[in-house]
Design a protein. Structure first.
Length: 67
């Protein structure tokens, strides 16, 4: 979906789109690591699972789709 919606940005300015892709991918990776750490400390935490899904699936997915 991000490739479809951000396709115009990629075609107009490749530098801006690569910056968006890098920030989303790196932020999603850092967030995923944080929530894995958080889930290790707080066992059976629903917040950790939802955080992993959002960071790994949504934010990193936007970065990969844009890239």
């Amino acid at each position: 979906m991000s490739a479809a919606f951000l396709g115009n940005v990629v075609e107009k300015d490749i530098h801006k789109s690569s910056l968006i892709a890098t920030i989303c991918f790196a932020g999603g990776m850092a967030g995923t690591g944080f929530f894995i750490y958080y889930g290790g400390i707080h066992q059976k935490s629903v917040l950790a699972l939802v955080g992993i899904y959002v960071c790994y699936g949504l934010i990193m997915g936007i970065g990969l789709g844009t890239g």
